[in-house]
Design a protein around this ligand. Structure first.
Ligand code: PFF
Length: 476
């Protein structure tokens, strides 16, 4: 095993700290805000099933591969790929995967920060009593008022970006480590409370049916409009989105987990850590769905109402539950923390690379990168109001939607595909065997089979399916 190399950014003090930090990266808006609304948009059960399959067959093997390369290279993803490629006699061009990850990180952060800003705004709404006794109509109005106001969105986007940069500037280890250790368990407890409320007061049975009854025809359909007058077309988009979301939610395909892997102690078991991270992440997403959909159905909201789903549904619950003032405030505070511990990992690969290659101070690099992401984020904030019109759309998508689509559904799976190919065909078996040090040969063989064949073929098939469809439609 390669012990000579050391990370210049420090190391996690233990395996647990790594697991907690990686859960901090994985669990975020993707689980609580995005998973429920895309499940709602793409029809429920079949979408959830594909998403879970992608986590198991593609996400988990690729997460192990990312941690492995990070730890072996002990450097930012760009340099880790470069070092490992050199060591294993593979082409240096593999480090391009790291560059595409850095770009994806910027693009994601530039809208992630805007949505995290919504959560911040809701913390203050809740504290100010704005969520007391809200009706479904009032909850909708509150949300529309917020996203309709460029000034408010830019303000909260700015506050959140400053929070992110402040932590990254100090180094991820000293930054959020302690907070995440306390707040992540608190978020779990809070989600259980919300599921309990949804069970007692919401339409729980319908929520469960929606999430877990599998209707495969919905996998090849995209529908819009109200439930009674839906306009549906054939599309393999749900497949692509389910796979893309598996990458997004596990923070894979752009080097975030690889960057964290560079600080993992030599002895730590990569397999065990991966199972813990993916398990916790999936549990949070399913709990969020079980908390939200019963309330959505009981309040007559549309599951397919889009990015506002969480913000329009949960306030109704807080408005009517006993102690709702405190629960509402605490929920949005925890949501902000979950987003915060994810956003720092979005920018860490870029910062680590700049510190290594330019020798600049972390604080300087973090500020520079933060300003770039903030500037890019202005377009995301405005795409909900001033720039929401068709004249500002590209391929029928607002800039927010376009960035989300490009990163989650194209760049991250492509990054993941290349990492899988790098491990299985570029670097080779003996390096992986050494680094993973899995004592049970069968377990290693199973992983090797997944990373060598199953994950790349699954990603390629989903991509081909989509390009095939575009061709059929005459778009590509
Ligand atoms: N996994 C985070 C979430 O689910 O909110 C988002 C994210 C973080 C995506 C870091 C990608 C990443 F590299």
């Amino acid at each position: 095993m390669n012990k000579a190399r050391e990370s210049v950014h420090g190391m996690w003090s233990s395996r647990w700290v790594f697991i907690i930090a990686a859960i901090g990266s994985a669990v975020g808006l993707g689980n609580i805000w995005k998973f429920p609304y895309i499940t709602g948009e793409y029809g429920g059960g079949a979408f959830v099933l594909v998403y879970l399959l992608c986590i198991a067959m593609v996400g988990i093997p690729i997460m192990m591969a990312e941690i492995l390369v990070g730890r072996r290279g002990r450097a930012s993803p760009i340099n880790a790929m470069r070092y490992v490629a050199k060591e294993e006699g593979a082409s240096r061009a593999w480090c391009l995967v790291g560059f595409s990850g850095v770009l994806a990180g910027f693009l994601i952060l530039s809208y992630y920060s805007v949505i995290a800003g919504w959560a911040l705004a809701y913390v203050f709404q809740a504290i100010g009593g704005g969520l007391n006794d809200v009706s479904p109509e009032r909850a909708g109005e509150l949300f529309d008022d917020l996203v309709g106001s460029p000034g408010q969105l830019l303000f909260w986007h700015t506050v959140f970006m400053i929070m992110t940069i402040a932590v990254v500037a100090r180094g991820v280890r000293d930054g959020l480590e302690r907070a995440v250790t306390i707040l992540m368990p608190a978020l779990f407890v809070m989600l259980f409370v919300m599921v309990g409320y949804a069970y007692l007061e919401g339409d729980f049975a319908r929520g469960v049916h929606f999430m877990f009854d599998v209707d495969f025809s919905k996998l090849f359909q995209v529908c819009s409009g109200p439930a009674d007058a839906q306009d549906c077309r054939v599309s393999s988009e749900p497949l692509l989105v389910a796979m893309g979301h598996a990458f997004f939610t596990l923070s894979l395909g752009m080097g975030a987990i690889m960057a964290y892997g560079a600080y993992v102690p030599d002895r730590a078991s990569i397999t065990g850590a991966t199972i813990a991270i993916a398990g916790a992440d999936t549990l949070v997403a399913l709990l969020a769905g079980l908390a939200i959909f019963p309330i959505v159905f009981a309040s007559g909201l549309e599951p397919s109402s889009g990015p506002g789903l969480l913000f329009q549904s949960l306030p109704i619950a807080f408005g009517s539950m006993p102690g709702g003032y405190w629960f509402g405030t605490l929920f949005f505070v925890l949501l902000v923390f979950a987003a915060w511990s994810s956003s720092i990992s979005l920018i860490e690969p870029a910062i680590a690379w700049l510190v290594e290659s330019r020798g600049w101070r972390r604080a300087t690099v973090a500020t520079l990168a933060g300003v770039c992401a903030w500037l890019l984020g202005i377009a995301s904030a405005l795409s909900f109001n001033l720039w929401s019109g068709e004249e500002y759309q590209i391929l029928g998508k607002t800039l927010f939607e376009l960035k989300d689509f490009l990163t989650s559904n194209i760049m991250l799976p492509l990054g993941g595909l290349l990492i899988a190919l790098f491990i299985a065909h570029g670097a080779g078996r003996h390096m992986a065997l050494n680094e993973l040090s899995i004592s049970r040969q069968r377990l290693f063989n199973a992983w090797w089979f997944l990373i060598r064949y199953v994950s790349p073929i699954a990603i390629a098939l989903v991509f081909l399916q989509v390009t095939g469809l575009l061709e059929a439609l005459g778009v590509a």
